[in-house]
Design a protein around this ligand. Structure first.
Ligand code: NAD
Length: 360
């Protein structure tokens, strides 16, 4: 049976890095006797140029028929690109929000992994890093403060603003289930992050996470207050496997976790829902400053393809192969310009893709 993979090449470096990820997918397809059927989907600036809007109804429908979607990144130079002269709802990023919402992707997963070979880029001290860390932030993506009621008003001559943080038990349960499922594929530890000493929404969060945890006796789990979690991420990131948290806390903690690895060109991400469908993309943007020069690092996108195989297609062995090939390429001393250091061999986007393919 052929798996249906949607491919969004996107803008800026998107087409270059996606081409390398597809090359890697083709290699594992050949090795494992799988068939991948690719369908091109337009999103962001590319879709504005072709169809006058960042996501067409047809493109969303096509994406919904896929087993999974692999994406580069979208957007252009926000000061000079004509896309940013358009009203906000017609700009490239509006397409990204619309596809996530339209496909019901409520769980965002961002791994933060420190490669031994790239330790020098990590801003933490050697004794904290130890032999590295490997964690994922599982963030609720469609509820909480960012989606609650909000308004700005004047009362007794004073301007005031209110935002509302609302969560239903159903929203908490489905993301918690996703978090524990992911932990079962990893080191079987969940740290649920909340602010239960202050917020009602966090106390409900904790109650539902406790209920979900009962069905995962193999998973070790703990609760941690968000202020402490922010400190622990820089004090001892090794302690974490899966950090499970609500939308705003996850927004902040996932960026903090990415920063402590020090290498933006290496970080993948996935947006998931209850079934196996997911949208996979690098954590970085479309880097218009280096587009078309064959210097962008394709590894974040290649690792996103690996996540796609693992979490949407259940092809764990093929995903392991890709992860190992990336590690081997770094061990062998090859670097794109963003992760280059003395004594290493600098290669371009296509060469990096070829070197990874050779090692699968
Ligand atoms: P960016 O992540 O594109 O770039 C930040 C810096 O990192 C740049 O100097 C860039 O050259 C470098 N960089 C990023 N990815 C790299 C890679 N793979 N290899 C080597 N260097 C890399 O962020 P930005 O400049 O703030 O945003 C550029 C555009 O991307 C904007 O239009 C923004 O809205 C968009 N964006 C899109 C997404 C997405 O598609 N999910 C996410 C973030 C930003």
């Amino acid at each position: 049976m052929a798996f249906k993979i949607g491919v969004i090449r996107g803008d800026g470096i998107g087409p270059e890095i996606v081409a390398e990820a597809v090359k890697v997918l083709d290699k594992v397809a050949e090795k494992y006797g799988q068939e991948f059927d690719y369908t091109e989907i337009l999103l962001g600036g590319a879709s504005i140029d072709a169809a006058g809007e960042p996501l067409t109804k047809e493109a969303l429908e096509t994406a919904g028929k896929m087993d999974a979607v692999l994406m580069g990144s979208i957007g252009g130079n926000t000061t000079t690109s004509p896309w940013y002269k358009l009203p906000a709802n017609l700009r490239p990023e509006a397409g990204l929000l619309a596809i996530r919402k339209g496909l019901g992707l409520f769980a965002n997963m961002r791994p933060a992994y420190l490669y031994e070979e790239l330790k020098a880029a990590c801003p933490l001290r050697d004794e904290i890093i130890g032999d590295g860390f490997d964690l994922v932030v599982m963030r609720e993506l469609t509820g909480g403060l960012y989606f609650g009621e909000r308004r700005t008003y004047v009362e007794d001559g004073i301007e005031k603003a209110v935002d509302t943080l609302t969560y239903g038990e159903d929203e908490i349960r489905r993301i918690a289930l996703r978090g524990f499922d992911i932990a079962m594929k990893r080191r079987k530890k969940v740290t649920s992050v909340d602010k239960a000493n202050v917020l009602d929404s966090s106390r409900l969060w904790r109650k539902i996470v406790n209920e979900v945890a009962m069905d995962y006796p193999e998973v070790e789990y703990e609760h941690m207050l968000v202020d402490n979690a922010a400190m622990q991420l820089v004090r001892d990131p090794k302690q974490f496997d899966v950090i499970l948290t609500e939308n705003m806390f996850g927004d902040i903690l996932s960026d903090e976790a990415s920063m402590v690895t020090g290498s933006i060109g290496m970080l993948s991400s996935a947006s998931l829902r209850e079934d196996s469908f997911g949208l996979y993309e690098p954590s970085h943007g479309s880097a218009p400053d280096i587009a078309g020069q064959n210097i962008a690092n394709p590894i974040a996108t290649i690792l996103s393809a690996s996540m796609l195989l693992r979490y949407s297609l259940n092809l764990d062995e093929a995903a392991d192969d890709i992860d190992a090939a990336v590690k081997k390429v770094l061990e062998d001393g090859y670097r794109t310009v963003d992760i280059m250091s003395e004594g290493m061999t600098q290669v371009g986007t296509r060469e990096m893709g070829d070197l990874i393919v050779e090692r699968i």
